[in-house]
Design a protein around this ligand. Structure first.
Ligand SMILES: Cc1cc2nc3c(=O)[nH]c(=O)nc-3n(C[C@H](O)[C@H](O)[C@H](O)COP(=O)(O)OP(=O)(O)OC[C@H]3O[C@@H](n4cnc5c(N)ncnc54)[C@H](O)[C@@H]3O)c2cc1C
Length: 412
């Protein structure tokens, strides 16, 4: 068993966003920081984040940021306030990875390459003296006297402080297989039920192949039942058998503990029914001898029309001059509240994040130390914290890693 030198030894399991940022901020000549990861490279999940562009943060203030955290926003307040989105932007700009801000305050590397974010974190870890050990899958951990025993497949290490930064359970092929929950349970921690979040919403309707490349811009998707009513405005996309894109992903995080819901899509949220009717009448007056398909051309993208007509039962061959008021009202209703039949959420593995995790009431919100076991820490997605898309999840990972590092250094 490797015991290390006389220096305080800190081991962090997981070299993802939270582990890397913890390590580079904690490393110091006075103590040893070791990062263990089962992969042969750091930041595998970050590599695929933001469709390969890595939406690293959201350039908004703390109040706005907290509103975008779905589970346990108050718990994250202190860490976000301590390491804000503006600090993330300054960090990468100052360390050779310039960033840019896009629509919705989403922040990306100027190069549009997630690899540049990862390289920057890796470089800074190396500069700070962090020892990174690849291909080290931690199988088990235990506490003996005041130290932790970390068992990998081929070796056992001991340390004085142990940080669990193993991520959630989604996209397990990136390395986040949910081991952190098992480690937490071993030390008596409660794991709030794990659910898919930021994942496609399955629907019973058959999605036409033509729609896979379609983005419906500026629409509103709502989910309702007797005790729940939420709507989200933005862009919607489609997959075989499911709704995706920013608004479906965000809505999935809100309905993952709600049970059955009715889904409906407002294709014209900027227009109330009366205004929409006036618009339709104007279109009809332009050329009353044309049929309803011409009217649909003015109202909907081509690749959505066949699907819309099929499920809204609209006869496109009807000439506009005989398109009755009743028919117009039916069309308006379908445009304002197009129903999708909810068929559950995709599996946890297909979620961008995992909802649920280590119960935050058992964790100190500044140091991220376990209240049940001294010297044991949890950062990043392994915690019961998840946020909407837009760079909020990676910022939570960075802020928790940073705050943990600072408090730990103070206490050494
Ligand atoms: C497709 C996709 C796109 C995303 N896009 C964005 C985005 O653009 N913006 C955003 O804010 N968020 C995004 N996210 C979410 C974000 O990437 C995660 O929330 C974030 O990476 C979590 O960081 P983490 O450090 O907690 O965990 P991870 O980054 O998952 O890192 C955990 C690490 O722990 C290691 N590990 C796990 N178990 C063990 C073990 N037993 N032994 C050794 N090592 C272990 C894993 O190999 C892994 O490297 C995206 C997620 C996905 C899946």
């Amino acid at each position: 068993m490797e015991k290390g030198n006389d220096k305080t030894r800190i081991i962090c399991i997981g070299a993802g966003a939270s582990g890397l940022f913890f390590a580079l901020n904690c490393a110091d000549e006075g103590h040893e920081v070791i990062l263990l990861d089962s992969n042969q490279k750091v930041g595998r999940k970050m590599y695929i984040s933001g469709k390969g562009r890595c939406n690293i943060t959201n350039d908004c203030d703390t109040r706005e940021f907290i509103k975008n955290i779905v589970r346990n926003p108050k718990f994250m307040y202190s860490a976000i306030n301590r390491f804000k989105p503006e600090d993330t932007i300054a960090f990468f700009n100052e360390h050779g990875c310039p960033l840019k801000t896009e629509r919705g305050n989403r922040v990306f590397p100027v190069s549009d390459k997630s690899a540049d974010i990862i390289d920057c974190l890796f470089r800074e870890c190396k500069k700070a003296g962090v020892k990174i050990r690849f291909g080290k899958t931690v199988k088990d951990i235990e506490k003996k006297d005041d130290r932790f025993v970390v068992k990998c497949e081929d070796e056992t290490l001991v340390c004085d402080k142990l940080v669990i930064a193993t991520g959630g359970k989604s996209y397990a092929s990136t390395g986040s297989t949910g081991d952190g929950y098992r480690f937490a349970e071993k030390f008596g921690h409660e794991i709030s039920e794990l659910k898919s979040a930021l994942c496609p919403i399955k629907v019973k309707q058959i999605i036409d192949r033509d729609m896979y490349k379609l983005t419906l811009k500026n629409v509103t998707l709502s989910a309702k039942n007797e005790s729940f009513d939420k709507k989200i405005f933005g862009d919607l996309e489609f997959l075989p058998g499911s709704l995706t894109g920013p608004i479906a992903l965000s809505l999935s995080s809100l309905i993952n503990r709600v049970g059955n819901v009715s889904l409906s899509l407002d294709l014209k949220p900027a227009l109330d029914e009366q205004t929409l009717d006036k618009r339709i009448l104007r279109e009809i007056e332009k050329d009353p001898n044309k049929n309803v398909s011409v009217l649909l051309d003015a109202l909907l993208p081509k690749s959505f029309q066949a699907f819309f007509v099929k499920y809204a039962r609209i006869d496109t061959k009807t000439p506009l001059h005989s398109f009755s008021r009743t028919k117009r009202m039916e069309l308006i209703h379908a445009l304002k509240a197009f129903p999708f039949t909810y068929d559950g959420l995709e599996d946890i593995d297909k979620g961008i994040v995992t909802s649920g995790g280590v119960n935050v009431s058992e964790i100190d919100p500044k140091s991220f130390e376990s209240k049940l076991c001294k010297g044991l820490y949890f950062i990043g997605e392994v915690l019961d914290v998840d946020a909407f898309t837009g760079g909020f999840n990676l910022q939570c990972a960075l802020s928790s890693g940073y705050s943990c590092a600072l408090e730990m250094k103070k206490a050494l």
